[in-house]
Design a protein around this ligand. Structure first.
Ligand code: C3B
Length: 834
């Protein structure tokens, strides 16, 4: 394929050659040119890292016409745009994904080979943009991929953190955090747009004044002003010309220094003020679920939301569309409560700056916003202390009070005399110190509220937001999460991709339900054996990676039992450990025990301040050290902890799994998305009836899912009745022995202190009912072992998992958001490129 640019892309043609052609020769020329003209490196001295940058720039050139054409098309066609507001986008490496989506993989391989370079080595040079913590940030990235692939007009708005999620190292079994300097060698994917910038106020006070017409208005006199600069990253859809924009904001001082201070000689104070401004987007807060309530975090949230809303208004002005029509042109989705200050900010912009009246501004705001809730954990529901909030955002507090006054009038009119309800629903919490409740602000200010899996939405409607559901049932709906099959199957599992392409054709890439057709091949022994060979190769690939990272050698013939996700008590990595130690004790007691050999693989980061989570990592590594070195057990059991779980190594891990561990306490995991990535790659799940596990089991069939444990209702009932973990301990000698072993220092060279807090947490309170589910979990694992011992049966079940995962594509999820929440239509983009 060569490009024949139309006149509008005339600049792309240089003489007779096409500068941005997709053929290997044009791409090779692009790489050589960038090496010389953008990087200034002698070919003889160029390292793979230089070639990475040269290739990335050459690929970006090939996105550029599509990107510009997409933006132009949206502007010309005056269509509604979805604006996805998220404090996190956990994108993962761009290069391989862009090559896939542009259909450039083979051309790139060929072009590099001609230059004596290997594409896979070059791909490995990319630092990964880890601008998120876990599920929530990765979901946002999957949604961007689907929006572009389905040709929906959309923009992602977020924060350009200078340091993304920390890099995890394991030292002496403990997690060590290192700053993630992902930008240090520059970022070839982004384009700075310094002319797209907005001022964002902070602190100070408000005052009233009369405008020219004599109307009373409010002015915010800030203590500080920061400037937000746009950095754009192209989000190329798969197999289409649509290339959407991810716009991330970076904070800068308004002036490079304060002239006043300079003149009065206080130069250093001026420079310090500049540094303070730039701190706003320095670093991602590494906490996934518990909210942290820090001033700088509020500054980050307000900063990116204000820039984004100002940007939407500017684009509306450019298009000559009156501001009254804001909600016809924008659907603004709040990814959790992190951007929910947007409700008050849009009101402020419309009333104070655009001089709309309250009712009109409120109608626009509610029509524009949608709110996605991602957690029911009480400690994760964001609130801000009222004094802190007033000090930082005085005008927004006034607006929130007024929203609340009108809202509570509505509640009182509907439920007369029910002051307890009014107190529960208020935007201001009055239990203890007063707080602003962000989930309430988001719910009142949005026409649509959704949870992320059927069970989660159900619990949301009946617990955390029950009062809101009673008032506005029509606002609520479920949008079960999904994952992109482009990254998590096509890129991550090239062996399986080739088999699927050969067996089914390639439409599964854009219609994941097409995988159903795999079921026709399930009784073909040759197909099953090919399936197993692919899984084996994926396990070999992961084993090699783990050996280089940790020194632990794993045998790909063993059952690979994997739990990768953030480390959290509710996710219960320690329940997994209790099972491992149960097997360990049984094997020590009876070395001839007939259990199939298993490799237990863990990965995940702990929030740096999360004491118990960090001990869980230490315990995993301590158990690994003991078991892997013990010849009495290490021919049946091995344990490995993959350091620094991230998007890149996730792509090695999911395809290598036989068994996916999804063992959270029922009712606590909103959805999970790792569970879907494992299923996509043919792993069987052992799991509780929690989050999207429920729907995974429905799709794959009970007989192909290893279910155990208490249900969400049973968990709630037990906790209401006063759960006593000791009851479970007394009735289970094996469990007691395992806990004693951990407590004794057996895995810590006799140190009986280090794991005591963990053991006591389980024996004294056990907030996540680990002990209550232990026996059922161990019994379920025995069913896993027996299924594994019949490879043909296991393979059939594995194939069925992949075949029936169609529902869990992020394409399905995005279509539901577009149809049911955003009222968004796809817009075909044609870049006029042959
Ligand atoms: C996560 C939830 O914990 C997951 O169950 C869910 O699948 C994802 O969001 C995506 O919906 N989550 C998170 O990563 N960070 C939060 N602050 C809240 C939820």
């Amino acid at each position: 394929k060569t490009n024949t640019p139309t006149t509008s892309q005339g600049a792309a043609a240089v003489g007779a050659t096409v500068r941005v052609g997709l053929d290997p020769a044009a791409l090779q020329q692009g790489i050589v040119d960038h090496l010389r003209y953008s990087i200034g490196q002698l070919p003889a001295l160029a390292t793979p890292a230089h070639y990475y940058r040269a290739l990335a720039l050459a690929v970006r050139d090939r996105l550029q016409d599509r990107w510009i054409r997409t933006t132009e098309t949206y502007f010309e066609q005056e269509r509604k745009l979805a604006c996805y507001l998220s404090a996190e986008f956990l994108l993962g490496p761009h290069l391989a994904n862009n090559l896939l989506n542009l259909g450039l993989e083979e051309a790139a391989r060929g072009a590099l080979a001609a230059l004596g370079q290997d594409l896979d080595t070059i791909i490995d040079c990319e630092p990964e943009p880890g601008l998120g913590n876990g599920g929530l940030g990765r979901l946002a990235a999957c949604y961007l991929d689907s929006l572009a692939t389905l040709a929906y007009p959309a923009v992602g708005y977020g924060i350009r953190y200078e340091f993304g999620i920390f890099a995890q190292q394991i030292r002496d079994g403990w997690q060590i955090e290192r700053t993630d300097k992902w930008l240090h060698a520059g970022n070839p994917w982004e384009i700075a747009k310094p002319d797209i910038c907005y001022e964002v106020n902070w602190g100070g006070h408000t005052e009233t004044y009369a405008d020219e017409a004599g109307l009373q208005r409010v002015r915010w006199v800030p203590f500080r002003v920061v400037k937000g600069l746009a950095y754009d990253t192209p989000i190329q859809g798969f197999g289409v010309d649509t290339c959407n924009t991810l716009r991330l904001w970076s904070a800068e001082a308004v002036e490079s220094f304060d002239f006043q201070a300079f003149n009065t000689g206080d130069y250093f104070e001026a420079v310090e003020a500049k540094l303070r401004s730039e701190t706003v987007t320095k670093v991602l807060y590494p906490n996934d679920e518990p909210a942290i309530g820090k001033r700088l975090r509020l500054a980050q949230q307000y900063f990116f939301v204000s820039c984004s809303l100002q940007d939407m208004l500017r684009i509306l002005d450019l298009a000559g569309v009156p501001v009254e029509r804001f909600a016809e042109r924008y659907a603004v989705q709040l990814n959790d409560t992190h951007p929910s200050i947007g409700v008050a900010e849009l009101m402020r912009l419309l009333i104070d700056e655009r001089h709309l009246d309250w009712d009109q501004a409120w109608a626009i705001t509610v029509a524009a916003f949608g709110y996605t809730n991602h957690t029911l954990l009480p400690e994760a529901l964001e609130t801000w202390s009222l004094p802190l909030f007033r000090e930082c955002l005085p005008r927004h507090l006034e607006i929130i009070f007024e929203i609340n006054r009108r809202f509570l009038d509505q509640v009182r009119a509907r439920f007369p005399g029910d002051e307890a309800r009014v107190a529960r629903m208020s935007l201001i919490g009055e239990v203890g110190d007063k707080q602003v409740r962000m989930a309430h602000l988001a719910s009142v200010g949005s026409h649509a509220i959704n949870g992320v899996a059927a069970l989660h939405t159900d619990l949301l409607e009946n617990s955390v937001l029950a009062d809101f559901h009673e008032l506005w049932p029509e606002r609520f709906s479920n949008k079960t999460n999904g994952v992109t099959p482009r990254r998590f199957l096509a890129l991550a599992n090239p062996g399986l991709r080739a088999l699927l392409d050969r067996t089914l054709g390639t439409d599964w890439l854009v219609d994941l339900t097409a995988l159903r057709r795999l079921e026709a091949h399930i009784e073909d022994p040759a197909f099953r054996s090919e399936w197993r060979a692919i899984k084996h190769a994926n396990k070999r690939r992961l084993a090699d990676y783990i050996a280089t990272q940790t020194g632990v050698e794993l045998d790909p013939n063993w059952l690979f039992d994997i739990q990768v996700k953030r480390i959290h008590e509710y996710k219960r990595q320690h329940l997994n450990l209790l099972h491992i130690l149960t097997l360990y004790r049984r094997l020590k007691a009876d070395p001839g025990l007939g259990i199939p050999p298993r490799a237990f693989i863990f990965g995940g980061k702990a929030a740096p301040g999360y004491f118990l989570a960090k001990r869980i990592i230490k315990l995993i590594n301590a158990v690994a050290g003991t078991i892997n070195a013990d010849p009495e057990v290490n021919e049946r059991l091995k344990v490995a902890f993959v350091p620094n779980f991230n998007v890149r190594n996730a792509e090695l891990i999911y395809p290598a799994a036989d068994l996916s561990e999804q063992i959270s306490t029922a009712g606590k995991e909103a959805s999970g998305t790792g569970n879907m990535k494992f299923m996509l790659n043919g792993a069987l799940t052992i799991g509780t009836l929690d989050g999207a596990n429920v729907e995974i089991r429905e799709q794959v069939g009970d007989e192909n899912f290893f279910l155990f444990g208490l249900t969400a209702d049973e968990v709630a009932r037990l906790q209401r009745q006063g759960y006593r973990s000791a009851d479970w301990l007394d009735s289970h000698a094996e469990l007691r022995a395992v806990l004693d072993m951990i407590g004794s220092g057996h895995f810590a060279s006799g140190d009986s202190e280090v794991f005591r807090p963990l053991v006591e947490n389980l024996t004294d309170s056990d907030p996540f009912l680990v002990l209550a589910d232990y026996a059922a979990y161990v019994a379920c694992q025995e069913r896993v072992a027996s299924a594994w011992s019949d490879p043909e049966r296991w393979t059939r079940m594995a194939i069925l998992n992949t075949a029936r995962c169609g529902r869990f594509s992020s394409d399905r999820a995005i279509r539901e958001y577009a149809d049911e929440i955003w009222g968004l239509q796809p817009v075909a983009v044609s870049a006029h490129i042959a």
